[in-house]
Write a protein that binds this ligand. Structure first.
Ligand SMILES: C[S@@+](CC[C@H](N)C(=O)[O-])C[C@H]1O[C@@H](n2cnc3c(N)ncnc32)[C@H](O)[C@@H]1O
Length: 213
């Protein structure tokens, strides 16, 4: 685990503690710390651009900012459903060296895609976080749309991969991210981690993009 970074002076564990106490996060600690480790191994350097689809209060956004270089960019997309509003000021204070864009929009809408294109201005996404609706169709759409804007090499993080068909249907009458994950993961090099703590674990998946599409 890193002791310090250019974008923040906190270790991952210190940032986790800050986020849990001050921001709120719907991730499992073990899964997100593992993700940071794997991403660092894969990239071997700091990265430039993160796009997060589904930020809620901004907890995972702050955790993933640990991967960014100074002057890096985070674009967060979240319409703020059910009053989950980003704690923008706290986030800005915590990572003042990062360029932050908070789009209060739905990821799949044309206007959002166009806006992101304008923000990127020719740059490409290094790390895509897919953590919005956790439904099969939404996850498929988001990966299809935004993988065309990704760098090579780059990484897609998919949250909530462990809740499968029957469980999801029972709870939400919909097939889920977990079902799509089972289909798509074999098209990539991938890793997955499902913490044993089922109370907080929803499963984290990583898709590694290593060749130009
Ligand atoms: C599970 S929460 C995200 C949790 C956050 N990544 C974290 O770890 O703290 C899911 C979020 O997705 C957002 N959301 C729902 N529909 C969306 C859409 N179409 N596009 C982008 N975000 C969406 C919701 O408003 C909600 O805040």
């Amino acid at each position: 685990m890193n002791k310090s970074t250019e974008s923040s002076t906190l270790s991952d564990l210190q940032m986790w503690r800050y986020v849990v106490k001050n921001i709120g996060i719907s991730q499992d600690g073990d899964e997100i710390l593992w993700t940071l480790e794997e991403a660092r191994k894969f990239f071997g350097r700091k990265i430039g651009v993160i796009l997060e689809l589904g930020s809620a209060y901004g907890g995972s956004l702050l955790m993933f900012s640990q991967l960014l270089k100074k002057g890096g960019k985070i674009i967060s997309v979240d319409p703020g459903i059910r009053g989950k509003l980003l704690k923008q000021e706290l986030i800005r204070q915590k990572i003042p060296n990062i360029d932050l864009y908070f789009l209060k929009k739905k990821s799949e809408e044309f206007g959002t895609i166009r806006r992101i294109g304008r923000i990127l201005r020719g740059e490409r996404i290094d790390f895509l976080v897919v953590d919005s609706l956790h439904e099969y169709d939404q996850t498929r759409k988001e990966i299809e749309i935004y993988s065309s804007m990704m760098n090579c090499p780059s990484l897609i993080f998919v949250h909530d991969i462990s809740m499968r068909h029957e469980e999801r249907i029972k709870e939400f009458q919909k097939i889920s991210t977990g079902d799509f994950w089972e289909e798509i993961k074999y098209n990539y090099s991938y890793l997955e981690r499902c913490s044993k703590d089922r109370k907080h674990s929803f499963g984290a998946g990583l898709l590694f993009i290593q060749t130009e599409s």
